[in-house]
Design a protein around this ligand. Sequence first.
Ligand code: ASP
Length: 324
Amino acid sequence: MRIASTWSFGLRANDAAWPHVEAGRALDAVEAACAWADSAPDVDSVGYGGLPDSSGRVSLDGCMMLSPARCGSVAGLRRHLHPVSVARKVMESTQHVMLVGPDADLFADEHGIAQEELLSPEARAAYEKWLREGGVVDQSRDRAGAPAAHALRPVDRRHGEDGRLFGGGALPADEARWRHHDTIGCLVLDAAGVLAGGCSTSGTPFKTPGRVGDSPIIGHGLYVDPEVGGATATGTGELIMGVCGAFLVVEAMRRGAGVEDAVREAAVRIARSYALEAHHQAAFLAMDRRGNIAAAALRPGYRTSVRDSDGARTAEPVFVAIPD
Ligand code: ASP
């Protein structure tokens, strides 16, 4: 029985999900962890408070997966706060896997999910500042963009100031460096032995409208095979998508690799596949069928949050492809 989520803020997401993990409700656990991150006013990478695209509008992506036959996904929600909850409805009540754009919002309306405001006053102010002062439109493709985007993330800055996300301690400087990459991906092995995963994001700050990254794409930001294990990803989506990251990790496990070797393989594949820029980061988190976990990252500063019968903790990646 275990839950593991990306980044240090995942500690609190795991806490929100834990009663469901213990009760053997893996899907509810995944939904609760992702919904916590969507709603938390002090996590601005996903959900309410997420930075908008270059048109000033927030769009949210997410997915959920139990097995190849049971998965759901949505991308480009502009009126609903919890993409993983909408993705669950797609999985449970349609013959499809993925819905996108305004029709995905309409689908959520039809399923009784209330619409909510996604753009926080702080995110709007950050957007206006970005418009005034210029900067990068899509940080994943612009060498100069990452520092500017860091400076513009008002809510993330609070991570290190009051330490609420980190058990009273400040966000470690090496992780603060990547605070614009704090998509939540989570993997659960519940008390009944059911494995499930979910992933939720607002994407990259000031992205081109319509851009979808790895997070809601089955096999890229998330993949779960109940016979093998699961994997999720965070970081520059364009890097993860080019190597089918989460699927790559799970397939390595299927071929016999342990969790550590599987995540290492994916990080190495990214390091070898691109002309990387200084602001590029990517990390993979894997959980095998028995609940063993490991993570690997492209660069230092990524952490995993874990909760199990031994308590809650953060864990360092087992492998960093490009050490400082
Ligand atoms: N992977 C997400 C995306 O590209 C962003 C992130 O993890 O920060 O949309």
